[in-house]
Write a protein that binds this ligand. Structure first.
Ligand code: HEC
Length: 205
């Protein structure tokens, strides 16, 4: 968030509400970066999404419709090599052929490592709850999931460090197959997780 840690600590220390919360958690009001990070670790460590329709299907608690099954089968052949189930990421850095955005010229992993083979590589994101997290890609260039699929079928750019899996060009999909994949992606939405009040903005509760 482009903020300095010391400024964050000063802001928290200035807030009566946070002083009282730190007191509750740690026995006194002192705000330190270590306490801050421990609290956030505890908070993020309890965020588990495991109740989507896909998860319930995997646990034999429900069935997929014909269209969802078709989408799942297509997903496994066309997308799963990078968006690997069950977390829908292989946690690798890859280049999925997005042309360089002239406004921000983000060269991806290269910005951190300065290794030329890292240029334009971005971490494969998970697709869990993907229907709820538009806009898409590192720069938010796509507003809809349809545009993401159109990217893979029509717009994969043969550029520096393009992933070997996409070197032969786009991923062919008919419009019906796209609809089937979208039906499958819809099964990755975990309404129980998304509606969990513990993760909501406390100021709006
Ligand atoms: C070669 C690896 C690879 C393949 C194959 C691949 N993807 Fe991706 N995908 C990526 C990477 C890497 C990104 C992140 C790009 C970025 O952030 O700019 C991504 C991003 C996405 C996003 C945006 C996610 C977000 O949170 O912004 C969606 C949606 C997506 N892929 C769906 C698919 C679907 C559906 C398929 C199959 C048709 C597929 N991908 C095939 C590597 C791949």
């Amino acid at each position: 968030m482009a903020e300095d840690i010391n400024a964050v600590i000063a802001k928290l220390q200035a807030s009566g509400k946070y002083r009282s919360l730190f007191n509750k958690a740690y026995g006194d009001e002192e705000v330190t970066s270590q306490r801050m990070f421990r609290s956030m670790t505890q908070f993020m460590g309890m965020m588990y999404s495991y109740n989507s329709k896909y998860d319930r299907y995997k646990r034999n608690e429900t069935t997929l419709s014909g269209q969802e099954q078709n989408g799942y089968a297509l997903f496994l052949t066309k997308c799963n090599s990078c968006h690997k189930e069950p977390l829908f990421s292989d946690f690798q850095l890859r280049n999925n052929g997005l042309s360089v955005n002239p406004l921000i010229k983000d060269s991806g992993r290269y910005t951190i490592t300065h290794v030329l083979t890292d240029a334009f590589k971005f971490k494969t994101p998970s697709l869990r709850n993907i229907m709820k997290t538009a806009p898409y890609m590192h720069d938010g260039r796509y507003a809809s999931i349809e545009q993401c699929l159109d990217h893979y079928t029509n717009n994969v750019t043969n550029m520096t460090n393009i992933d070997p899996l996409l070197q032969s060009g786009s991923i062919p999909l008919t419009s019906q197959e796209k609809l089937d994949i979208i039906a499958f992606l819809n099964t990755l939405t975990d309404y129980k997780f998304l509606g969990d009040k513990r993760f909501a903005d406390p100021n709006f509760q």
